[in-house]
Design a protein around this ligand. Structure first.
Ligand SMILES: *Cc1c(COP(=O)(O)O)cnc(C)c1O
Length: 367
């Protein structure tokens, strides 16, 4: 059985380095907010081209803390793509703000053309989610935001190292939010996240906020939270960051293998804009008979996943927003036709061949 994702593989690629770092941190006697976190923050800021990075406990924390620091809360509205991950929407609603959904385009990202029609006097920000590893059209989004005085937050959880016109995801908006959940490009071995920003005041406010609102021990300036990246994760992330470009290049080769190998009129390959370099967090195909394709693949020993089967506006959690099926027909159609093929570092050519053959055999074998 080929798994949709096999996290053991990426560990074994650099196992000795991770093991050495883990022991080093364990023996150091210092486990939360120490020199590994400080070093990682500097290295991640340098990698993304931002001036500051602040380590946090998760990607969701990065999102809601970003909106909190930008003063986006009750009665405010935030634009977000209707096919985004549920965490993107929770990052907005935790502060009491309301998500305003905008349909995705055929690149599976926020359709910039439809943003302006969704703006109201209450709109305060745009959350640009770079889904599946492909960046949104950032120059258009920044231009619209500038014209309407809106903040831009980027959700880069799936786009570690992705670029738009040669510039890193996370370096366009006021704040870029990252998750280091194990499945993400630069995934940790547990939970983690961070924000990046060029704004020193925002970075300082985030450092204070993540640690009970305290920048000096036992002096609490604001009601903050506990959202700290730990030393072990930061140390392991520093190891992985050294290899991130290789890991992204490997997934890019796998994506190219799929693009060259899959020949099936029933299966639409993912589209990538010429200005974007995707890091292929997921390789997502569209298929009108998606559930049949998924079953067919499973019967051939190929696991696959759906990202995501229920669009946030129809999720039970957001029933209070009052949406109905049919309100976002494109996102709803996507939820019924997207399928993520196996994509992970350490995948072999033989495994990929098996996936490609199984995809190409779909329908030919159907009654
Ligand atoms: C994973 C993810 C998040 C949430 O990150 P966590 O670290 O799991 O909290 C947010 N947005 C997107 C797009 C994600 O993929």
């Amino acid at each position: 059985m080929i798994l949709p994702n096999d996290l053991g593989r990426q560990f074994s690629l650099y196992a000795a380095e991770y093991e050495q770092k883990a022991v080093e941190v364990l023996r150091s006697g210092w486990y939360v907010l120490g020199r590994e976190v400080a070093a990682f923050e500097e290295e991640w800021a340098a990698y993304t081209g931002a001036r500051y990075c602040v380590g946090l406990a998760s990607g969701l924390d990065a999102l809601w803390i970003a909106f909190r620091l930008l003063g986006v809360g009750a009665k405010d509205e935030v634009i977000v793509s209707a096919n985004a991950y549920i965490a993107c929407v929770m990052g907005i609603t935790i502060n009491g703000a309301r998500p305003v959904f905008v349909e995705p385009d055929e690149y599976d990202n926020l359709d910039a053309e439809k943003i302006e029609a969704a703006l109201t006097p209450r709109t305060k920000a745009i959350l640009a989610v770079h889904l599946y590893g492909q960046t949104c059209e950032m120059d258009r989004i920044m231009e619209i935001a500038g014209r309407h005085g809106l903040a831009v937050v980027e959700d880069c959880a799936q786009s570690h190292g992705s670029t738009w016109k040669g510039r890193q995801a996370g370096s366009f908006g006021q704040i870029g939010c990252f998750s280091f959940y194990p499945t993400k490009g630069c995934g940790a071995f547990g939970d983690g996240g961070c924000i990046v920003t060029d704004d020193e005041a925002l970075a300082n406010a985030c450092r204070t906020f993540r640690n009970y609102g305290s920048s000096r021990r036992y002096h609490n300036e604001v009601v903050g939270t506990n959202s700290r990246l730990d030393e072990l994760q930061a140390g392991l992330l520093r190891v992985k960051l050294r290899h991130l470009d290789e890991l992204n290049a490997e997934r890019s080769r796998l994506a190219e293998g799929y693009r060259q190998g899959i020949r099936n009129p029933a299966v639409r390959l993912p589209m990538v804009r010429g200005e974007a370099v995707s890091t292929w967090h997921q390789f997502v195909v569209h298929c009108r008979r998606r559930d049949a394709l998924m079953e067919h693949l499973a019967a051939q020993g190929v696991g696959s996943q759906i990202h995501y089967p229920i669009p946030p506006h129809l999720s039970e959690a957001y029933r209070y927003l009052g949406y109905q099926p049919g309100d976002y027909p494109i996102a709803e159609r996507f939820a019924g036709e997207v399928l993520s093929l196996p994509m992970y570092n350490g995948m072999t050519a033989a495994e990929q061949r098996q996936v490609i053959d199984a995809v190409n055999a779909f329908e030919e074998t159907e009654p």
